[in-house]
Design a protein around this ligand. Sequence first.
Ligand code: UDP
Length: 315
Amino acid sequence: MKLLVTGGAGYIGSVVAALLIEAGHEVVVLDDLSVGHADAVPQAARFVQGTLREKAADVLGEGGFDAVLHFAAKSQVGESVRLPALYWDRNLGESLALFEAMRGHGVRKIVFSSTAATYGEPEQVPIPEDAPTRPTSPYGQTKLAIDGVLTEFARLYGFGAVSLRYFNVAGAHGRFGERHDPETHLIPNVLRVPSGAVPHVSVFGDDYATPDGTCVRDYIHVVDLGDAHLLALGAAEPGTHRIYNLGSGSGYSVQEVIDVCREVTGHPIPAVVAPRRPGDPAVLVASSAKIQDELGWKPERDLRAMVRDAWEFAK
Ligand code: UDP
């Protein structure tokens, strides 16, 4: 297939672009490099630099595209609380420009990078797809709104859309990995200690209602996530919008993640308890039963593999 990957210079977009190329697809990456890195774009992909508003219609106008994988977004919860209008503009506004360009050029298949943040504080865990959606940040609200637009574009214009709601994505695929600045995610932050960048890792709260008092999250390997995108591409049917969670169905605490990082790196990794991070729920774990039943996807790489691959990438 000929595929447009938006945000293919970012962490998840670049890994999925690389996996799509390895699976034999032709990939064009569109990214404005506001957060991504030009050298993260796989060499076999054609790279177009620009925003979706500036360039999506031109690129899709070349013709021959079978589908779009849409990763381009602002994705920091804390920043979205400080700058909500920016998030609505960049996430919803740019997505609308992309969807209109798709409609204009007859490209109707799309796999969209949604998020667990659409659910907000869960009433039950593991979280199923029909759980209430009450995002607690502008980031989650913008992603939920885009899911809503896709439901309408499926109904009104025959889009075949699949939204994948990611929980905690980790790991790397060879030279494709996580390089955020500032880095907020747990595993790359823990690995900054054995890398020598910082003397210790901060544990944001150890008094949650969890077995060891630290927050529990559902981590999935970015290559398992990429596999789900390949399956989702095959499942995008005209006139339907499907939504699937992507997680492992079980969680690890911050303390357990740090322990695995210690084992993998052989470094003592000092940890210091710090205040809770505002807005962090105690436990976020996905039910991925729906994508397992309907598309046959299941995660195959455990936390140790995620840490090992992230550590190889960090080194
Ligand atoms: N966390 C931490 N120290 C850090 C980074 C994160 O204790 O340096 C905790 C954070 O409070 C949360 C968990 O690790 O409970 C996962 O955070 P991350 O930002 O990786 O993902 P999130 O679940 O927020 O999407």
